[in-house]
Design a protein around this ligand. Sequence first.
Ligand code: GLA
Length: 693
Amino acid sequence: MKTHRLTTTASLLIGISAFAVQAFASEPTVVPEQPPVPAQGKITYVPRDSILEFKALPEYHEPEWVTEKFVKAGKLPPVAERLPKEPMVFKTGNMPDGAGVYGDVMRHVIGGRPEGWNYSAGQTQGWGGIDIGMSECLTRTAPLYQVEASDVEPLPNLARSWEWSEDGHKLTMHLIEGAKWSDGDPFDADDVMFYWDDNVVDPNVSPLNGATPETFGEGTTLKKIDQNTVEWTFKEAFPRQHLYAMAYGTFCPGPSHILKTKHPKYAGTTYDQYKNGFPPEYMNIPVMGAWVPVAYRPDDIIVLRRNPYYWKVDEAGNQLPYLNEVHYKLSTWADRDVQAIAGSGDFSNLEQPENFVESLKRAANEAAPARLAFGPRVIGYNLRLNYSANGWGEPDERAQAVRELNRNLDFRKAVTMAVDRKKLGEALVKGPFTAIYPGGLSSGTSFYDRNSTIYYPFDLDGAKALLEKAGLKDTDGNGIVNFPEGTAGGADVQIVMLVNSDYGTDRNLAEGLVGQMEKLGLKVVLNSVDGTKRDATQYAGKFDWLIRRNDQELTSVVQNTTQLAPTGPRTSWHHRAPESGKVDLLPHEQELVDIVNKFIASNDNEARADLMKQFQKVSTENVDTVGLTEYPGALIINKRFSNIPPGAPIFMFNWAEDTIIRERVFVPADKQGDYELYAEQLPGKPGDSGPSN
Ligand code: GLA
C-alpha cells in the first residue's frame, strides 16, 4: 500500500473530479482484511418467538423470606396479586441452564458516578448497566444477537404486542396489563404519555440517551387510547425501524406518579428543579426493572434490591429476578476488569485493550474465578469533526475557522492519511486484536461490506500536500501550519479535541493522535474531562474535534439508526443544529441523510443491505468520520453464574449487561456466596432512606 499518484480511475472511484487532484497523495484502496478474532464464543441462533411469551400460569412463587416476612405480615400483597394478569414468561428452552433458584448478588464495578435518578430528564446513574437494570422499555433488542437474521424484530416488553393499520401509518401498542411499579403503583398509558409529552417532546427536557421526537421519525405523534393502549402515527408507511427506538435507551418511561411531583407543568417548579429533584441520596425511586436502589455511599457503592412487583416469571411461575441484590462499586473502568478477573467483582466488559494480555493470562488458569470469552470486533473509535458552521456551540473566530477546515474534504483527507492506525492500535495492545478501521460501519455488524469501505492509507507526505492544498502553510516556520492571512489572525492552527478521561483507552488514543497530528503540522490540544462532562460539552457543541467510542448505530445499524447521520436537528454526535436554525449539511451528509431515511422507510432486506453499502461508501470516501481503531471485546463473568448465553457479544444491540438477560441469571445453591448486604430486605417507600424489613 505504498504511495501511488492518484490516477483517473482512483479519482472516479472516490467520486471527485480529476481537476481537484494534483497532490501527491496515495490512492485510496479497499480497507485491508482484518486478522481473525481469537477464540470467539459460538452463538446458537434461535427463532425470535422461542425466547419469551405472555401468559397466565396456574401458580406463582417468590423467595420464601418474602412470603414469610412481608406477605404474611401484611406488608405486601400475595405474589399473584402483584403480578400482571399475564406476566412475561421466559421459556425454559431458551435458558442455557434452565430455570434457576433464588439468592446471591451480582457485584458490578463501574467508573461512572450517579448524577441522580431522573433518567427521563437526562441524568446518568453512572453507566455499567445500572440504569439498564432499573429501566424497562416498550421493546427490547439486546437479546436479538441470537435471533436468526430473517426473523429479527424487536422483542415485546412493556408493549406486549402491537399491530399496524392497513395503510401502515398507525401503530397500536398494547401495554402489559396490570403491571406495577416497584412501589405498587400501576404502570399504564399515563406513564408512557408523561415520558413522551413532558420529556421527549418538551424541548426543555432531554432524556439520558438523547431521545428527541425525531428519534422516532420526523412528524411522529403518540396518543393514549385507553389505560393500556397507545397509538403511534407516522408520516412513513410501516416504519418498522422505529420499533428499535422504542427499546433501551430511548423509550424507557419513568414513574410519572413520582416525577410529576417535580415537573414544571404539574408542580410549578423550574426545569432545573425537575432534573435535579431526585439526587443520588434519594432512595427507592420506583422502577419497572428487576432491582431498586436502596443504598448509596458516595465513591463507594450503590446497592439495589429485588423489585417485589417485577412482572416477569419463569415457566414454573417463579417471579424473577433470581438474584436478590445487585452491587455497583464506584471505582474505575479499568478496576472493573481487574476485580472481575480477581473474583472480587463479578462482571466486566473487557473493552480496554491495555488490559487484554494480563486478563487473558490470568483467565487461562484453571483455578481462575472468572471465565473470559471474546466476541466479534465491535469496539471501535472515531475521531469526529464538528461540521457546524452556523453556530452550534457558539464558536469563537478560531473555532469557526477550524469548522471551515473540518468541512473541507482535502483537510479531512490530510487528517485521515496522517493517522498511522497500525501504530495507534499497537500502542494499545500487541497481537491480533486491533485492526485498521477507516471509519463508518463496524466490521462486526451484519451490514458491513468490506468492498464498500474506502481507506486512505497512511501517507504523511501525501497528507502534508493535501493540507497545503487546503490553504494551510507553516508561515512562521515553527512546525505548525498557520491559518491563511485574514483568517483567525493567521495564527497557528490549534484544534481543541474533546476526550473522555474515564477510560485509559480514550486517553491513549488521544495522546497518540496528538503526536501524529503534530507531525502533520496541526497542534491538537486536549480537553480531557469525565464522561458526564464530556457528554454535556459534546451536546452543547463545544468542541472542534471529538474522540468517541462507537455507539450502537455503527455496531448494529438498526439500533439508534437516526444517529448515523444528521437526520434531525439533534441526532448526529458531531453535527447538530444551533438553538434556532437548521443543520448546515455538507453535500455528502445530505447523501447520508437520504440513504438513512430510505433505510428507515424500507422493509426490504435486500434493499436495506444495499443502502448500507452505499452508506459505507459515501461515509468512508468522504471521511465523514476518521476511524482510529477497531477490536473485539470480551465478556468476563464469574464462574458461579448460570444462564450466561455462550457467545453473548459485549456490545451489539445493547451492552452485555442487557444481552445476558440478567433477570434470568442465577447462582446454583451450592455455589452461592455470602455477598448480600441487605439480606431478607425489600425496597422501602420512595424517598425513604433505605430498604425495609
Ligand atoms: C459503560 C461501559 C460499558 C457498558 C456501558 C453500559 O459505557 O464502558 O462497558 O458497561 O457503560 O451502559
